[in-house]
Design a protein around this ligand. Structure first.
Ligand code: NAD
Length: 459
């Protein structure tokens, strides 16, 4: 029986060895989800909302335990890990309030003879495959709309956060003890191979959050079945700093965005383009801000960034930095692994960079702020769009109208003006270019979990 070791990245110590589910278990989970579908999908939406709302007190009761598990398994500071259960609860509240409106039928054509109506039906069995960097938030962002739309679900969480995944399973076991129908939610635990086994089954849609490379593999594997796919993939997010920006504010927000969660955020700032007039001031403020970040034991309340979640992530960071330095980059601050146990790394500001370096083209997923001087905003926009990725981007200026014009030229899913990252409740989430296919959140996002059927009626 295969097992995967869960390692605490702050101590490099073994937490537990977790059993991988067999291929038979994966097949059985899909068969069971298929059997559970008729009852769940025919239940009224009010009743489905009632059931999903019952998760809220269960999550509340376990929030500290879940947060500590996230911190131990992937090194997120405890002050941030506690946000995971809160996000899960907020997702439930948002969809409980809005989903009936999102699923409202729509008359799209009508004359004296005929009427066409769009109706939103559940798809069937949805497979959700998730990463480790936000092991609760990424799961609930898909799980809640999937279930509320009337689908049954197979969840395959990351092999780096299997214990967190098991805790999500326990929430549903508890719900089932109150009478929630069995096999509406199905958990399979394992790594890449288990993910592949899920993709090989007859499921009605795959909602995948993870890397571009895995997205390619899933797409290839899915081609014979023509699986419907929603992909939330990686990013290499640009930030453009105009010379009229509030430099202290821009530097603070950009550095925090780049270093948050040890830089392991799909929509972290990974590239900064600064207008020449403001360049020196921005670099010095960015260094000041990077120096102020408290790196350390993620279980302590005061810690702002913990270790990388794995040695693999740290090695990617070191490789990108070595590549940049070999091509002439200058480390303004940081740049080294912190001595001792755990995969801790210094927040790092680098300059003298260009687009021949991996640090400007590939997703680094590290607390690195590469800053490049540009001679004009047009040049900054060209560089910002010179990427295979297009998740989020931002522009920093006191002139909101100018910011608006620049933001509209960024080839991304979410563009911020004096802000970076995803939007609030109700906004759409997803990337352009290789950063994804489809959207989560918003009315459009809810429709991703449905079969949009046109009903044609002759009068
Ligand atoms: P990953 O692609 O390595 O793994 C993600 C999941 O896919 C895991 O559960 C893994 O076991 C599974 N998997 C791996 N190979 C598979 C295969 N061939 N078939 C099926 N499943 C397979 O990504 P990761 O390292 O866990 O996460 C980091 C990546 O996720 C980064 O690129 C990050 O930008 C991205 N991400 C994107 C978003 C978003 O919303 N756009 C959010 C979080 C993370």
């Amino acid at each position: 029986m295969e097992k995967i070791a869960s390692i605490n990245p702050a101590t490099e110590e073994l937490i537990e060895e977790i059993e991988v589910d067999s291929k038979e278990k994966v097949v059985e989970a899909v068969v069971n989800a298929r059997k559970a579908f008729p009852q769940w999908s025919s239940m009224s939406i009010e009743k489905r909302i009632e059931w999903i709302n019952k998760l809220i007190p269960l999550i509340e009761n376990k929030k500290d335990e879940i947060a500590l598990t996230i911190t131990k398994e992937m090194g997120k500071p405890i002050s941030m890990s506690i946000g995971g259960p809160s996000i899960a609860i907020n997702k439930i509240k948002y969809y409980a309030k809005n989903i009936q409106d999102h699923l409202k039928e729509e008359v799209v054509f009508e004359d004296e003879d005929e009427k066409d109506v769009l109706v939103y039906e559940p798809l069937g069995v949805i497979a959700i495959i998730t990463p480790w960097n936000y092991p609760i938030a990424t799961v609930f962002a898909s799980l809640i709309p999937a279930l509320l739309c009337g689908n049954t679900v197979i969840l395959k969480p990351s092999e780096f956060t299997l214990i967190v995944g098991r805790k999500i399973g326990e929430l549903f076991q508890k719900l089932e003890s109150f009478g929630f129908p069995k096999n509406v939610f199905n958990l399979v635990l394992g790594g890449k191979e288990t993910g592949r086994q899920v993709v090989q089954q007859d499921v009605d849609k795959i909602i995948f959050t993870g890397s571009v490379q895995t997205g390619r593999e899933i797409m290839k594997e899915s081609s014979s079945k023509i699986h419907k796919l929603l992909f939330e993939l990686g990013g290499k997010d640009p930030a453009i700093v105009c010379s009229d920006a509030d430099m202290a504010y821009a530097a603070k927000k950009i550095v925090r965005s780049a270093c948050n969660n040890t830089g392991q955020v799909c929509c972290a700032v990974e590239r900064v383009y600064v207008e020449a007039d403001a360049y020196d001031e921005f670099v010095s403020k960015a260094v000041e801000e990077a120096k102020a970040i408290k790196v350390g034991n993620p279980e302590l309340a005061k810690t702002e960034i913990g270790p990388f979640a794995s040695k693999f992530q740290m090695d990617v960071c070191i490789d990108h930095l070595n590549d940049a330095q070999s091509k002439g980059a200058k480390i303004e601050f940081g740049g080294k692994r912190i001595k001792g146990r755990g995969y801790f790394f210094e927040p790092t500001v680098i300059t003298n960079i260009d687009h021949s370096m991996k640090i400007m083209t590939d997703e680094t997923f590290a607390p690195i702020i590469p800053i490049m001087k540009v001679n004009s905003i047009d040049e900054a926009i060209r560089y910002a769009n010179d990427s295979i990725y297009g998740l989020t981007g931002s522009v920093w200026t006191k002139d909101i109208e100018k910011g608006n014009k620049i933001a509209r030229q960024l080839q991304v899913g979410v563009a911020g003006i004096n802000k970076h990252g995803g939007g609030g409740a109700g906004s759409a989430w997803g990337g352009s270019k290789l950063s994804g296919i489809g959207r989560l959140g918003s009315r459009e996002g809810t429709h991703e979990f449905t079969n949009i059927k046109t009903l044609r009626m002759s009068k």
